[in-house]
Design a protein around this ligand. Structure first.
Ligand SMILES: [Zn+2]
Length: 424
């Protein structure tokens, strides 16, 4: 075997598991495997999981914090205006450099697949070219899936539809949209129809920024679900943000959720961003703005958590840490029960992998040998500690390693060291 990981704990709670890797795929998995590896890693009972997956990100804007200025109001609309100020000054090389730096951070955090939206409203399509280049360059260690995103509105911007089609022809994978930003509700609905029909014709997936608003009447998710169902696109369509659902009438939501379930549309919440960008027009009580995560899960709808932004016109913090995203999602949605916390871990691993349609993702024989060894005993402890990624493994090769977090104490009569883990 090329690699054997010994004494792993898996997310389902099974312990003392060995994982053997040959030619980049999982060849065997079970207790005390009688095989030798060219390389062996002792997990020491720590959690070994398939890598983190980010279902929603903007790699063209990332790490541009402060260019040309920072977002003073902290609102979505000032962020969009600020991005508009930055766009004419973007160079392809600067876009590539920032994206590659972010990909380094992602790998170090065990984040090995990212769906990134790319703004197609700049007629030069500089960002599209830059991110297609990055996608190819990082492919050996990180899967990037690109979404053609009409930031300024598909119908509101004169060249957006033509640019979107050009971007798809250049190799962008997924059709995006932003119906709540069109001039009218009717235009928003029309944009959803145009985009879904285009995607269906091309056999592409759809992922729209949908209802990123506190307006309870923003109901484009209904239209998205309708067209996904009508066009037979079940399992290939996602609605990102869906924050208006936070403010919707409960009766309407009781009708809406079964329609989303029937349409096979997945939901992608972005907890760090939703909690900071929404609710700005409120005094008190101040809305949280995140969509109805536990209710959608209970209705059988796939829900993933995305990072959305790191150090860009919309968000000044972040470091590609999907455990931080899960941590925030868990708090904002009050998902503090044992099962609910495990669901938050799935929302940054297997659920987004399903939404992206990643081939060979998982811990089964034949899957890609992509793993993270976390400094934690289980998914809940991993979220609590935003655990160190002891080893990040891609196709059977270690691509990043980090020391466990320890503090040396100097206290009379107390332990010499703490690692913040229970029962050790
Ligand atoms: Zn976004």
């Amino acid at each position: 075997m090329d690699l054997v990981i010994r004494n792993a704990t898996l997310t389902d709670g099974s312990q003392h598991v060995d994982i053997a890797v040959k030619a980049g795929r999982i060849a065997a998995i079970g207790p005390a495997l009688p095989v030798r590896g060219a390389q062996e890693i002792d997990a020491g009972g720590d959690l070994v999981t398939p890598p983190f997956v980010d279902a929603h990100f903007h790699m063209d804007a990332t790490l541009s914090y402060g260019l040309p200025r920072v977002n003073a109001s902290g609102t979505l609309l000032e962020g969009i205006a600020l991005w508009g100020e930055l766009k004419p000054h973007l160079t392809q090389q600067a876009l590539i450099d920032r994206a590659l730096q972010y990909c380094d951070w992602a790998v170090a955090r065990g984040l090995l697949a990212i769906r990134s939206h790319v703004d197609i409203c700049d007629d030069r399509l500089l960002a599209v070219e830059a991110l297609l280049h990055v996608k190819k360059q990082v492919a050996p260690y990180l899967d990037v899936q690109l979404v053609a995103f009409p930031q300024d509105g598909l119908l509101r911007s004169a060249t957006a539809l033509a640019n979107l089609k050009r971007a798809i022809a250049m190799g962008v994978d997924v059709v995006g949209g932003i119906p709540h930003f069109e001039r009218t509700m009717a235009d928003g609905a029309e944009s959803v129809k145009i985009l879904c029909e285009f995607a269906a014709e091309k056999g592409l997936r759809v992922d729209m920024h949908c209802d990123e608003s506190d307006d309870p009447m923003s109901r484009h998710i209904e239209t998205l679900a309708y067209h996904a169902q009508r066009l037979g696109m079940q399992g290939r369509v996602a609605g990102s943000h869906l924050t208006s659902m936070h403010s919707m009438d409960n009766y309407y939501v009781s009708k809406l959720l079964p329609l989303i379930r029937e349409s096979g549309v997945a939901a992608i919440a972005n907890p760090l961003i939703n909690i900071t960008l929404q609710g700005h027009h409120d005094t008190y009580p101040k809305r949280r703005g995140m969509t109805r995560v536990p209710e959608m899960l209970a209705a059988g709808i796939d829900v993933a958590f995305g990072h959305d932004c790191v150090m860009d016109p919309w968000y000044s913090l972040g470091s590609a840490d999907m455990l931080e995203v899960a941590h925030m999602g868990l708090h904002v949605a009050q998902m503090t029960g044992q099962d609910a916390m495990r669901e938050c871990f799935r929302a940054v691993t297997e659920t987004p992998a399903r939404i992206l349609g990643l081939e060979g993702y998982g811990l089964e024989i034949g899957c890609h040998a992509d793993f993270v060894v976390l400094d934690a005993a289980d998914p809940i402890e991993a979220i609590r500690l935003r655990a160190a990624r002891r080893f990040v493994i891609r196709r059977g090769k270690v691509v990043s390693r980090a020391a466990s977090v320890r503090a040396q104490l100097d206290l009379p009569g107390r332990a010499a060291e703490v690692d913040f883990r229970l029962g050790r």
